[in-house]
Design a protein around this ligand. Structure first.
Ligand SMILES: O=C(O)c1cc(C(=O)O)c2c(n1)C(=O)C(=O)c1cc(C(=O)O)[nH]c1-2
Ligand SMILES: [Ca+2]
Length: 695
């Protein structure tokens, strides 16, 4: 061991929590793999996951065993040195639940404590498994109302003898909350609601006493209000505080939700509660009166650092809204902040760190069309950032995109006919990030994604960045650019390395101090999850869950095609001198397509477009251009066309195609088929043009 990298003790071996330790820094002190030898890194083993959907889990490794989750909330226990399967657990989630979650049937991992493995399932159960055998010890239903679209995608956290879990659903109309269950028994210890309900809050409910006056009108209980806690929690055992990262408003439109007024606490906030009781301690709202899906569910990092000569206990977050926040985690007081990507929705932060909303530029309750950056994908999403106490830098997988918003009144929903109106209360569309000084957008600016030229322009404008951010000076120290969004979470190590997977299918190591690329390998699929590092019998490994999916390809399929990635889910594990090989990359079929129908009825196409936008586009892509996660419906074969109605009525429910018989009439199903036949014709004409003008 050289002096640059002195040996680190056995306490560095495990990756015991989602963020390695309770501080959630995603920093491994291990340094056997370092900038001097990282070029010798090779694949040690790979484990194939049976469902080729998005992989978002951070694995946990304790005593040489890896616990990781895959799509449909399945849990895998693997020998961390060989990839040998020790056990596998399938909670049997009803595949018909695929449309209860906004963004793929993903899961972000387990918590492990005292011989128990805890997993939250897509259908809302929290389950404790025996870590040795994978057998169920207890299972509890965490959902308060199965009539609404709640789903769990996040990893549970451990706090004060409890397992804590939230859920998602703010895109569908739910009231967000966080629940804590006793680790041993699964009994509910406490529940914290993120937003007020219809009733007056109890006199001793300080949180809702604070929140209620920031909401207006009586309609928000109908829409649920939102504030789902779908990903991030952090626990400081010394302070006894649990930090809750709260999501966006439900319904998105603040006009429909809260008469266009108010901060709407605790939407888009970090809330600190007593970990034993769930009682409110402090809050910091990152986006006042959210109406842009600006969640504060992004991962929160706890660190101790010297700022202006004083030792500070901080909590850091880079929420979707594009601002980085460094707060005092004892009091919630704002220390510093700055935007890490371009923002046009706000003019900056005031002295308390409250963003000054640019109403003219971003609030769409005035009925005008607004082009807002960041978009609903955020400047940063669930892909976790990491912090190296060695460099003092935070490594943020950042996103640069924009989104159109235009208010739709409820009575006008049926006329709106564009993606989003029903679910969000606005017409939404992808946009090219605006430049300062651009004139106000007009409806004619909304790109027509069916036209290949617009697709190209949009795709090229949606980019990713890895940003090494100084959380004290609040500025970037170095950056790396990516051709598209939804690049992976990051890992920082004692070997002065930063690891990150990319949407275009690579796994890369950078030097932590200056961002120099030192190593990369083909992952053969887009990589989104946060990598980890661990050591068994003195040998260091770096691991990542690889597999393209999640919000981007499902929701904006047409734009995500650029990644060239195919869903091919695996756990990939690397070590120095590793020689294992991956099977060849799966490529997307570019076969010429045949017509779906002999004749197409334009009236049906028009009606079908609306029905498709409302019911199908969230998974099968805007304008029916799939991102490759679920079938591209423009390319259906003859037998699929023949069985179209049967499939919509549940024939493929077991593989994740929900039953739409309660939502769509036969006539509407037929309209959708005609719309798809038209999109198929559009695709064939693009293919013909390409064949005539080969580049
Ligand atoms: O508001 C919510 O309840 C909620 C839930 C989830 C989820 O559970 O995955 C996502 C989002 N919102 C969201 O806004 C978002 O961008 C997103 C991306 C992803 C993903 O897994 O790729 N999930 C979610
Ligand atoms: Ca959301």
């Amino acid at each position: 061991m050289n002096s640059k990298y002195p040996s680190v003790g056995p306490e560095a071996d495990d990756w015991a929590h989602t963020g390695r330790t309770l501080s959630e820094q995603r920093f491994s002190p291990l340094n056997e793999i370092n900038e001097d030898n990282v070029d010798q890194l090779g694949l040690a083993w790979a484990y194939k996951i049976e469902d080729d959907r998005g992989m978002e889990a951070t694995p946990i490794v304790i005593d040489g065993v890896m616990y990781v989750t895959g799509p449909w909330s399945k849990v895998y226990a693997l020998d961390a040195t060989s990839g040998k399967e020790l056990w596998k657990y399938d909670p049997g989630v009803d595949r018909g639940n695929a449309n209860r979650t906004c963004c793929d049937v993903v899961n972000r991992g387990v918590a492990v404590s005292n011989g128990k493995v805890f997993v939250g399932t897509l259908d809302g159960r929290l389950i404790a498994l025996d870590a040795k055998t994978g057998r169920e010890i207890w299972s509890t239903d965490t959902i308060i109302d199965h009539g609404r679209s709640y789903a769990i995608t996040g990893a549970p956290r451990l706090a004060a003898g409890n397992v804590v879990i939230g859920n998602g659903g703010s895109e569908f109309g739910v009231r967000g909350y966080t629940s804590a269950f006793d680790e041993d028994t699964g009994k509910l210890s406490w529940r914290f609601y993120s937003v007020p309900g219809a009733d007056a809050p109890a006199p001793d409910d300080k949180a809702m006493q604070l929140a209620k006056p920031t909401w207006f009108g009586d309609r928000y209980p109908k829409f649920g209000g939102g504030g789902t806690v779908w990903d991030s929690l952090a626990y400081d055992p010394d302070l006894g505080l649990l930090y809750i990262g709260v999501g966006n408003g439900s319904i998105h439109s603040r006009k429909l939700r809260s008469e266009g007024k108010g901060d709407n606490l605790f939407l888009s906030s970090i809330v600190a509660v007593n970990a034993k009781t769930g009682k409110y301690v402090w809050h910091f709202q990152t986006t006042p009166g959210d109406e842009w899906d600006f969640t504060a569910t992004q991962n929160m990092i706890l660190a101790d650092m010297k700022i202006d000569g004083k030792d500070r206990k901080v909590i850091m977050q880079a929420p979707k809204n594009g601002y980085f926040f460094t707060l005092d985690r004892v009091t919630g007081q704002f220390i510093s902040g700055n935007n890490f990507v371009p923002v046009n929705w706000s003019k900056g932060l005031d002295k308390n760190g409250r963003p000054i909303v640019d109403d003219e530029a971003a609030r769409y309750e005035d009925g005008k069309l607004k082009l807002v950056t960041p978009s609903i994908y955020g400047g940063h999403s669930w892909q976790p950032m990491s912090y190296s106490p060695k460099t003092g830098l935070v490594y943020i997988p950042a996103i640069i995109t924009a989104w159109y918003f235009q208010q739709v009144n409820e009575e006008d929903y049926p006329k709106a006919g564009v993606f989003g109106a029903y679910k969000f209360g606005y017409i939404g569309a992808a946009g090219v990030p605006p430049k300062p000084g651009d004139s106000a957008p007009k409806a004619t600016d909304i790109p027509n994604l069916a036209l290949a030229a617009d697709e190209k322009k949009l795709r090229e404008s949606w980019t990713g960045k890895l940003i090494a951010w100084d959380p004290i000076k609040q500025k970037a120290v170095w950056t790396q650019d990516y051709i598209t969004i939804s690049n992976g979470g990051t890992l920082a190590t004692g070997g002065d390395l930063v690891f990150q997977g990319t949407a275009d299918g690579r796994f890369v190591a950078y030097r932590a101090t200056d961002g120099k690329k030192l190593w990369q390998t083909e992952a053969n699929t887009g990589v989104m999850a946060g990598p980890i590092s661990y050591r068994v019998k003195g040998e260091q490994y770096v691991a990542v869950a690889a597999g393209w999916g999640g919000a981007f390809p499902l929701f904006s399929g047409v734009l995500s095609n650029l990644s060239g990635s195919q869903p091919d889910a695996r756990i990939l594990v690397y070590k120095l001198g590793g020689t294992a090989k991956l099977p060849p990359k799966k490529v997307m079929s570019n076969k010429a397509v045949t017509p779906l129908l002999a004749s197409i009825d334009p009236e049906k196409v028009k009606a079908g477009y609306l029905q498709f936008a409302i019911n199908c586009s969230a998974c099968h892509g805007l304008e029916a251009v799939s991102g490759g996660i679920v079938p591209d419906l423009r390319k259906m074969d003859a037998s699929t066309v023949q069985n179209f109605h049967t499939i919509l009525k549940g024939a493929y429910a077991s593989v994740g195609m929900p039953n739409f018989s309660k939502r769509l009439s036969d006539e509407q199903m037929d309209q959708i088929l005609h719309y798809l036949a038209q999109r198929n014709a559009d695709l064939r004409s693009i293919q013909q043009q390409a064949a005539q003008n080969p580049k």
